[in-house]
Design a protein around this ligand. Structure first.
Ligand SMILES: Cc1cc2nc3c(=O)[nH]c(=O)nc-3n(C[C@H](O)[C@H](O)[C@H](O)COP(=O)(O)O)c2cc1C
Length: 263
C-alpha cells in the first residue's frame, strides 16, 4: 500500500496521546474492519506488523504506580510486533506502527503508544507470534472522552507532552537558507513525532541530496529503544515529504546513525 499522505499528513498535527476512553462507546465493526485492512496492506517491511485486538482477554495496561497513569477503559488495542531476529526491526516497527496510528487518527480514533507499562503475557494470550517476534509496544484504541480528565492532564504534564525541541537543537548540516523548500515542513513533521517520555531522541543532518537521522542524548536505551522512536519520526518525515511532492527512499544505517533519506 502506498502511503496515503493526504490522510496521514493532517493526522500528524491532530494526533495526541489519549489514556482514558469512553467505556460506553464501542468501536463499530466496520471501522475495525477498515483499520484491519490497513494493517494488512501497510506492510512496507516484512519485519514489522500490527494486530488489532478487539476483545482483550485480560488487563493489558499497567499504571506507573499502582493504577496511576494507567490507560483506562479502552475497548480494543493495537499490538506492534517486530521480528527481533532481523536487523533494524525497531526502526521498521516504529515506522509501520505509526502508519496505523495515523490511519486510526484519520478515522477519528484515539491512541497512545505504550511501550513501558503493559503486560506482555496478557498480549501473548490475545495473539499468536513466531518465536523470533516481540511485541515492542501496544496502543489503546477507541474513543476518548472529549475533554482530557485531570489524570490525563497530569500525565501529559509529567511527560511535557506538548513540548518539542526547536529545529535549531535537532538539525545540523546545510544552513537552512540552502534547504530545498519541502525540507522544513518535513523536519517539522518529524519534530512532532511521539516518543517514549517525549524524549525526542533524534538528530537530523541536512546534506545536498540526503537527510540523515541519528540517535542523540545520553539517556539509556534499555527499556525502549531510541531506534523505535526514530522509526516513528522517519514515517512523519516521509509523509510530509510526499505531501510536498517529494518521493525519496530510506537506507538503513548502523548505530549511532539510523537511516538516510535520499531523493
Ligand atoms: C515508543 C513510545 C513509548 C511510549 N510509552 C508510553 C508508556 O509506556 N506510557 C504512557 O503513558 N505513554 C507512553 N508514550 C507516550 C508518550 O509519553 C507521548 O507520545 C509523548 O509524551 C508526546 O505526547 P503526545 O503523544 O501527546 O504528542 C510512549 C510513546 C512512544 C512513542
Amino acid at each position: 500500500m502506498e502511503i496515503p499522505f493526504n490522510r496521514w499528513y493532517p493526522a500528524i498535527t491532530v494526533r495526541r496521546s489519549r489514556r482514558q476512553y469512553d467505556p460506553s462507546v464501542e468501536v463499530p465493526s466496520d471501522v475495525l474492519s477498515q483499520l484491519r485492512l490497513a494493517c494488512q496492506e501497510f506492510r512496507p517491511f516484512p519485519e514489522a506488523r500490527v494486530e488489532i485486538i478487539s476483545h482483550p482477554s485480560k488487563s493489558v495496561f499497567r499504571g506507573i504506580v499502582g493504577s496511576y497513569g494507567k490507560v483506562k477503559d479502552a475497548p480494543a488495542y493495537l499490538a506492534f510486533i517486530g521480528d527481533a531476529s532481523k536487523p533494524h526491526f525497531q526502526e521498521f516497527t516504529g515506522y509501520c506502527s505509526e502508519g496505523i496510528i495515523l490511519e486510526a487518527t484519520a478515522m477519528g480514533l484515539a491512541t497512545c503508544w505504550v511501550a513501558g507499562f503493559f503486560r506482555p503475557q496478557a498480549v501473548a494470550g490475545d495473539i499468536e507470534t513466531k518465536s523470533t517476534e516481540r511485541v515492542l509496544a501496544v496502543s489503546p484504541l477507541g474513543y476518548s472522552k472529549e475533554n482530557k480528565t485531570l489524570e490525563e492532564r497530569l500525565m501529559s504534564g509529567l511527560a511535557r507532552s506538548h513540548q518539542r525541541k526547536p529545529l535549531s537543537q535537532i538539525v545540523e548540516g546545510l544552513p537552512h537558507e540552502k534547504w530545498p523548500k519541502w525540507v522544513r515542513p518535513a523536519l517539522e513533521a518529524a519534530r512532532f513525532a511521539p516518543s517514549a517520555s517525549n524524549r525526542q531522541p533524534w538528530k537530523f543532518k541536512v546534506e545536498p541530496q540526503a537527510i540523515t537521522v541519528s540517535t542523540r542524548g545520553l539517556s539509556p536505551d534499555i527499556v525502549v529503544s531510541k531506534r523505535l522512536d526514530c522509526g516513528i519520526a522517519m514515517l512523519h518525515f516521509e509523509v510530509a515529504a510526499l505531501s510536498q511532492g517529494v518521493r525519496g527512499k530510506w537506507e538503513l544505517l548502523d548505530h549511532p546513525q539510523v537511516a538516510r533519506f535520499g531523493w
